[in-house]
Design a protein. Structure first.
Length: 187
């Protein structure tokens, strides 16, 4: 009896799934067009917000636009995770969060990029932002050290690896110690 009930429930599940597949072609087509329209609209809004922020420079209203950009870019990546621009928009979101002083949120977004988009062409920049955020904004030197080392190991030929090495060498030095170090190297 128990097996018969399980079989009946499984059959009902299969039947309900097949009903979704058998939609009328016009309905499916309208849904795809609607999604495409939403996609284009969301993308255009993000680009417009970014352009506006760039043109604004240091402006009191920049914070409001940065917050909107942060929300829109994260929303886009959630709605279209397979889109080729999703990691770009997430990186934009991480920088916006950083600019808003939301450093922990920035790190979470960065980690999402690192995990989900391991072939992203700007990954070294993502790692660098993570290390720099730990170093300068959160003052978490051990975490920064770990990420600087990752940059050097994963991207040894990238110019940011050279920068990471310099920052790593000076990680635990005070500003005064860094000045003295460079003055003694360049008399």
């Amino acid at each position: 009896m128990k097996n018969l009930l399980i079989l009946a429930l499984f059959g009902a599940f299969i039947l309900s799934c097949s009903e979704d597949v058998e939609k009328e072609p016009e309905v499916v087509k309208k849904e795809k067009e609607w999604n495409r329209a939403d996609y284009e609209k969301e993308k255009a809004e993000i680009i417009k917000l970014e352009d506006t922020l760039i043109k604004m420079g240091p402006d009191p209203n920049a914070k409001e636009y940065s917050q909107k950009l942060l929300l829109k870019t994260v929303e886009f990546a959630e709605n279209y995770p397979g889109d080729e621009q999703a990691p770009d928009f997430l990186f934009m979101a991480a920088r916006a969060a950083n600019g808003l002083g939301q450093y922990t949120k920035s790190i979470k977004i960065i980690d999402r990029i690192i995990i989900k988009y391991e072939n992203y062409d700007r990954l070294v920049e993502v790692y660098f932002l993570k290390a720099f955020t730990y170093d300068e904004d959160l003052n978490k030197k051990p975490e920064a050290k770990k990420v600087y080392v990752e940059i050097i190991e994963k991207f040894p030929k990238d110019p940011l690896a050279k920068e990471a090495k310099i920052l790593l060498e000076n990680l635990y030095l005070s500003d005064e110690e860094i000045i003295k170090k460079y003055q003694s190297q360049n008399p």
